[in-house]
Ligand binder design. Structure first.
Ligand SMILES: [Mg+2]
Length: 247
């Protein structure tokens, strides 16, 4: 067995089935000790909200934590300042907030989810079909580079242009010294699509949301496995199928 880098989303991917999570954790903990496998969490949650999850779910301590949809990277307590420096380029948060205020359908998410390189709203799927292209055009007209990431038919994140779960994955992968094909990304929703675009291997859990399944089917890859099992069951199934863990 060789070491691998596991980069996984939390809600509805790693977290969601406590018994399966405990079983997967046992495999991963042993693999870390025996082979030097590394574990990275990549979540849309802020660090505060991640810490709340820690009180509910039995999670292993990750080697690196990526929060707020790729905009923040933590090794231990401290944010990675090299990463935040990269995200500064062209990012004008106040101007983006002002542009978004033109759209009454955008409801600001609670304050802890508003981050230096991420502005977050709730947006219903109906209005999303018109609001997203209009907002995109407005940001472009105002020369405000940003990415719009719409997930789970409710969350709209406006991110600094160089940040998403995918670019953060590649940054961390290079930091930890793993090759793309030694790396497995796992996810369930729209903001995880970027995780699957970095040339690594991938596992889409069986309970994935329609936006990810649609993308998965439109962009087939031999390196990406669609599990039948949900959450940690699907991850374990995929890790065995891809040859990283033995059954
Ligand atoms: Mg998720």
């Amino acid at each position: 067995m060789t070491p691998f880098l596991l980069v996984t989303d939390l809600d509805h991917t790693l977290v969601g089935d406590p018994l399966a999570l405990a079983q997967l954790n046992r495999h991963l903990e042993k693999h870390r000790q025996d082979y030097g496998t590394k574990l990275v969490y990549s979540t849309g949650r802020s660090r505060t909200s991640y810490q709340e999850l820690l009180t509910e779910a039995q999670l292993l301590t990750p080697d690196v934590l990526i929060t707020s949809v790729g905009t923040e990277i933590y090794q231990g307590e401290e944010p990675d300042l090299q990463w935040s420096d990269r995200l500064q380029t062209g990012w004008d948060r106040a101007a983006i907030v002002a542009a978004a205020a033109q759209f009454p359908d955008l409801m600001a998410q609670p304050e802890p989810e508003q981050r230096p390189f991420k502005v977050s709203f709730f947006l219903k799927p109906g209005p999303a079909t018109t609001v997203l292209p209009q907002l995109e055009r407005m940001l472009s007209d105002r020369h405000l580079p940003a990415q719009l990431v719409y997930s789970s038919e409710k969350d709209l994140d406006i991110l600094a242009v160089k940040a998403n779960k995918g670019t953060a994955l590649t940054y961390v992968r290079e930091l930890l010294g793993f090759m793309p094909l030694q790396t497995v990304a796992c996810g369930d929703s729209g903001n995880d699509i970027a995780l699957f675009c970095e040339g690594t291997r991938g596992i889409v859990v069986g309970n994935a949301r329609s936006e990810l399944l649609t993308w998965h089917r439109a962009n087939p890859s031999a390196e990406r496995y669609l599990a039948t099992g949900h959450c940690a069951v699907g991850m374990l199934e995929g890790l065995v199928r891809l040859g990283y863990l033995s059954p």
